[in-house]
Design a protein around this ligand. Structure first.
Ligand code: HEC
Length: 105
């Protein structure tokens, strides 16, 4: 690979990582959660529909669980969702709670 291509890829990678506020959380979510809950949090994916996940843009759905409950589910799992305590840190899990909250319209 020549250096120009490498430089282009590097700047592309930096651009993708850019959205500062939720940078890492967005990445963790996209990699681990979007397959069921959807990139937009609506859960309109094949897996999401099959498992009847809630629409996180819906205020009522957001009110149906507390931050503490959400954190517990993310770490330990619920129904078809397995826990992530072996995959992400407690801090990352707390960021996921905030990330999920941010879907609310
Ligand atoms: C295999 C599909 C699947 C994946 C992957 C998944 N979830 Fe879930 N999730 C579910 C299901 C099923 C439930 C339980 C049904 C519900 O409450 O909507 C749930 C529940 C939740 C809840 C609690 C909602 C409540 O009502 O108690 C939160 C918060 C949540 N998921 C966030 C995440 C996050 C963050 C990730 C990634 C780290 C993730 N989920 C990955 C399927 C999944």
């Amino acid at each position: 690979m020549n250096w120009k291509l490498q430089a282009t890829m590097l700047s592309a990678a930096m651009l993708i990582a850019a959205p500062a506020a939720f940078g890492d959380a967005a990445e963790v979510y996209a990699k681990n959660c979007a397959s069921c809950h959807g990139k937009d949090g609506k859960g309109e994916t094949t897996m999401g529909k099959k498992n009847k996940v809630k629409d996180y843009t819906d205020a009522k759905a957001q009110e149906s669980f507390t931050d503490a409950e959400a954190l517990k589910v993310i770490l330990e799992g619920k129904e078809k969702m397995k826990g992530y305590k072996d995959k992400i840190t407690a801090e990352e899990a707390a960021d996921q709670v905030k990330y999920v909250r941010a879907f609310k319209k």
